[in-house]
Ligand binder design. Structure first.
Ligand SMILES: Cc1cc2nc3c(=O)[nH]c(=O)nc-3n(C[C@H](O)[C@H](O)[C@H](O)COP(=O)(O)OP(=O)(O)OC[C@H]3O[C@@H](n4cnc5c(N)ncnc54)[C@H](O)[C@@H]3O)c2cc1C
Length: 413
């Protein structure tokens, strides 16, 4: 029986294990944490085929430069002499062109709709027990300029074949009849769904362990041992694990492991924050508060999660108060019932998005090695794209015909 080791038990590693487990292989997932609090646990829970414009785009580049020295901006670029970070910025700048955006739109759309269909299959078959809501996503805006930008993006999404409608204030209030947001209008992407990421992760972990997948927690993978064009084992703090195939899905830390194989993967962490609370008035629809880049996700009952912030480059685990204040302020501005929200430090979660330089994930085999595979760099869309990534990697590893072309996601780009 073929033995596969997966390094990293975030949503990408676990979905890869999920689709591999039926192919008669023996799977071991190794994670340096206890799988209860990583980036895949506290994210906003949005499944977003609407996000067809990659992070590397002229608009994002403009925002980054404009907000370079503003501590209250949702986007922060860390300045450091780290050569990997400098290389990432240079490649990100190079990739942020209209041509790249145009080429990426169909690619991201196809991958995310495929992933969404896999979520639908898993949920309707009852194979994986997690709640999922089909309400689309509201892009709420207050300023005219933001509204103008959102209309442009909506037109691009419509052109790509997604169902999108523009809503007046009255139409927003019909949907959000309790919270009655203080907005100038909204764009409603009907393509999107949402879920509670922690519930999904728990269901995945439970399902995998029940089906015989070994998950080793609190175990850091340190060194990949190779022989010729193959990797043969991985050294960890809990011993050495041999394998036939190795999958690296260790989030932004993947690039550290891959350096041992002489692969320089341009992935940097993008730190963000979230917190959950019972709102004064119920919020019924997931939303992005577009002027402030804050995500709002109803998680069932009156419980709502708020999240935001994108600090590029690793700057430690300190929670930046200015950014939390920016989220709280935006929530109060958009939802009048929630003005003056207070939050304790212990309630704040942080996670590091693995951000690729061009906004497309890395999915594929490491060219110089016959048996090493990578799934990372999903940036702001890891939850959305995880089932598709897991399924495609499982097909690639088991030499099945692939449903989608992996060229745009190749490791050596
Ligand atoms: C605030 C915020 C909101 C977000 N909202 C959304 C959203 O609404 N929709 C969406 O699609 N995406 C969202 N994302 C992005 C999404 O959460 C990530 O893209 C996704 O979780 C990345 O998953 P991953 O499995 O690649 O990495 P991770 O979840 O980071 O998992 C990697 C795992 O590898 C382990 N690891 C690392 N190094 C080693 C090692 N040496 N040995 C062993 N284990 C190791 C880590 O412990 C970790 O558990 C959001 C992210 C943030 C921060």
């Amino acid at each position: 029986m073929s033995k596969i080791v997966i390094v990293g038990g975030g949503v990408i590693g676990l979905f890869t294990a999920w689709y591999l487990r039926r192919k008669g292989v023996q799977i071991t997932v190794i994670d340096r944490g206890d799988l209860t609090d990583g980036c895949s646990f506290g994210n906003a829970g949005l499944i977003v085929p609407s996000h067809v414009i990659p992070m590397a785009s002229p608009g994002m580049l403009r925002k980054g430069i404009k907000n370079l020295f503003n501590p209250k901006s949702p986007l922060a670029l860390r300045m450091s002499p780290d050569p990997d970070l400098i290389r990432w910025y240079l490649r990100f700048t190079g990739a942020s062109s209209a041509k790249h955006v145009n080429e990426s739109i169909p690619v991201l759309k196809e991958l995310s709709l495929f992933s969404k269909s896999l979520y639908a299959d898993l949920s309707s078959s009852g194979e994986l027990d997690f709640p999922i809501w089909h309400k689309g996503l509201l892009m709420l805006y207050r300023s005219q300029q933001t509204g103008y930008e959102l209309m442009e993006e909506a037109e691009i999404a419509r052109h790509a074949g997604l169902e999108v409608s523009t809503l007046s204030v009255a139409e927003v209030h019909q949907l959000e009849f309790d919270a009655k947001p203080n907005v100038s209008g909204a764009v409603h992407y009907h393509s999107d769904d949402h879920l509670n990421p922690a519930a999904l992760m728990k269901a995945l972990i439970g399902g995998l362990e029940k089906s015989g997948v070994t998950i080793i927690r609190n175990c850091t993978a340190r060194k990949v041992i190779t022989s010729g064009q193959k990797a043969i084992a991985i050294e960890t703090e809990k011993g050495t694990f041999e394998f036939d195939q190795l999958v690296i899905s260790s989030g932004f830390w993947s690039s550290e492991i891959l350096k041992q194989l002489k692969i320089n993967l341009a992935v940097q962490p993008g730190k963000g924050y979230s917190f959950k609370m019972n709102t004064v008035r119920p919020i019924h629809y997931p939303a992005l508060l577009a002027d402030a880049n804050v995500a709002v996700t109803p998680m069932g009952g009156d419980l709502t999660q708020f999240g935001g912030g994108m600090e590029l480059g690793f700057g430690g685990l300190k929670i930046k108060k200015a950014r939390i204040d920016q989220i709280l302020k935006a929530v109060g501005q958009f939802y009048p019932s929630e003005v003056g929200l207070k939050i304790e430090q212990e309630q704040i979660w942080q996670g590091h998005r693995p951000c690729s330089f061009d906004g497309l994930p890395f999915i594929g085999r490491v060219p110089a090695f016959q048996n090493v595979y990578v799934g990372t760099g999903h940036s702001m869309m890891g939850l959305t794209l995880a089932p598709a990534t897991g399924k495609l990697l499982s097909e690639l590893i088991c030499e099945k015909k692939l449903i989608l072309d992996l060229m745009p996601f190749r490791i050596d780009r």
